[in-house]
Ligand binder design. Structure first.
Ligand code: HEC
Length: 89
């Protein structure tokens, strides 16, 4: 509950960045990026993501599946992030 104003603030910042950088979204370039890079760029936008050791492989699969929707990731990006998290836990 206490996190909500922070999240709203972050959304405002993200919206400003997205609007000002127009079409520089992750879609095309993303496939060239590593899972670690994608994780750093996408998963810290809204919250401090727990360190990879926090969750087991199965738990990361579920978390990434949920966060894929929120972060608007492609399947390829989500898979790379999940793979990175699972090798780092
Ligand atoms: C658009 C904002 C947004 C993005 C981007 C995002 N998250 Fe989240 N995340 C949330 C919100 C909001 C919650 C808390 C509510 C919920 O669980 O649905 C959350 C919760 C979580 C949790 C559960 C935390 C806990 O302690 O139980 C994990 C794990 C997580 N996110 C990981 C990730 C990962 C990994 C990514 C990158 C693939 C990511 N998040 C990207 C908004 C986001």
């Amino acid at each position: 509950m206490k996190k909500i104003p922070i999240i709203i603030g972050l959304f405002a910042v993200i919206a400003a960045i997205v609007i000002s950088s127009s079409c520089a979204t992750t879609s095309d370039i993303a496939s060239a990026k590593s899972g670690a890079q994608l994780w750093g760029e996408n998963c810290l936008r809204c919250h401090n993501t727990p360190s990879p050791e926090t969750f087991s492989d199965t738990e990361w699969d579920v978390a990434v599946m949920h966060m894929r929707v929120r972060a608007n990731l492609t399947e390829n990006e989500a898979t790379k992030i999940a793979e990175f998290l699972k090798t780092a836990n």
